[in-house]
Design a binder for this molecule. Structure first.
Ligand SMILES: Cc1cc2nc3c(=O)[nH]c(=O)nc-3n(C[C@H](O)[C@H](O)[C@H](O)COP(=O)(O)OP(=O)(O)OC[C@H]3O[C@@H](n4cnc5c(N)ncnc54)[C@H](O)[C@@H]3O)c2cc1C
Length: 281
């Protein structure tokens, strides 16, 4: 597909086809571009994001949580955070929003080939990893074992429940933990790092993909390093406030790197060169 230079700044109208309520704060919006021809030609890769806009609400980057192996619609899983995302949660099927993209450096799917993949996420952090997990399941023979470790605040906050059930059926090892239990929960309680206990990954053929809030992120990084993962074997997506999404405004600048075009996917080896990582040591 050929994009003209103006296309990158021009939101295209997309219709809400379906809304899946994941929990009280997160919903997944299933979208299709109103221009059917554009919709059919639209391509993206796991880890990329869209700039989403609504009238009078501004614009925000949102990871694509669907997989390119299932074309026709794009899924955006959105946590209520501020002006735009709160307005999105008022949307109904049939309403429209603006979309620019796809933008950003995706996950290196070729590098993941034949590897055992360990996904570690907290909260909305599972959204970009969901794209990778489903892409792996759709090309199952290309990848080794798949393990998903997911942390939520409480059992009622566990998002993507239908995905966890589906993934388990398809042979993915899924482990869930919560910060605080509620009646009826008999699973683990504690940080997602606790789910790494007892895992014995084959380090010569493993890659970890992590995404979640900063505290979880740092704890998991330190734990993976202690388990023997090298910095090249750990991939993550970085969330930074950004305005343009295409490397012009430099709002998402991080010590010489731009989250929007150099990322949002980075290896830990790449992040080690940035000042933001000093606290992780
Ligand atoms: C690559 C990428 C992918 C993302 N993917 C997802 C996703 O899949 N799902 C999802 O729900 N979210 C995602 N986010 C986060 C999302 O873009 C932000 O939460 C966004 O700010 C929401 O827009 P809003 O208008 O609703 O909230 P905002 O009005 O932007 O406010 C959200 C919060 O950020 C603070 N804030 C606003 N502007 C700034 C600023 N300039 N500097 C510091 N703090 C500020 C506000 O005070 C508030 O606490 C992603 C972010 C990036 C960079």
């Amino acid at each position: 597909m050929i994009q003209t230079i103006t296309d990158i700044y021009l939101p295209r109208q997309a219709k809400v086809e379906q809304i899946v309520v994941e929990n009280s704060q997160i919903s997944t919006f299933v979208l299709a571009f109103s221009d059917q021809q554009f919709n059919e030609a639209f391509r993206y890769q796991p880890g990329q994001f869209m700039m989403v806009s609504m009238p009078h609400c501004g614009e925000a980057p949102i990871s694509i949580s669907s997989t390119p192996t299932r074309p026709g619609t794009i899924h955006l899983s959105v946590r209520r955070a501020g002006h735009l995302t709160a307005a999105m949660h008022e949307l109904k099927p049939g309403d429209t929003i603006g979309l620019r993209g796809p933008f950003g450096r995706p996950f290196p799917m070729e590098q993941l080939r034949n590897q055992d993949l360990l996904f570690v996420a907290g909260g909305i952090g599972l959204a970009p990893l969901r794209a990778v997990i489903n892409a792996c399941l759709d090309q199952r023979e290309r990848f080794g074992s798949l393990t998903v470790l997911y942390g939520s605040r409480t059992p009622s906050d566990i998002a993507f429940q239908a995905d966890h059930a589906q993934w388990r059926q398809q042979g993915v090892t899924c482990r869930l933990t919560v910060d605080a239990a509620e009646a009826g929960w008999d699973g683990p309680v504690g940080l997602v790092t606790g789910l790494l206990d007892g895992l014995t990954p084959e380090l010569n053929r493993s890659i970890a993909l992590i995404c979640g809030p900063p505290l979880m992120f740092r704890a998991v990084l330190n734990r993976l390093s202690a388990m023997g993962f090298s910095d090249e074997q750990v991939l993550t997506t970085m969330e930074r406030h950004m305005k343009c999404g295409v490397g012009v405004c430099r709002h998402c600048h991080m010590d010489g790197k731009l989250a929007c075009v150099d990322g949002p996917v980075f290896s830990l080896a790449e992040l080690r060169h940035l000042k933001i990582m000093e606290l992780a040591d």
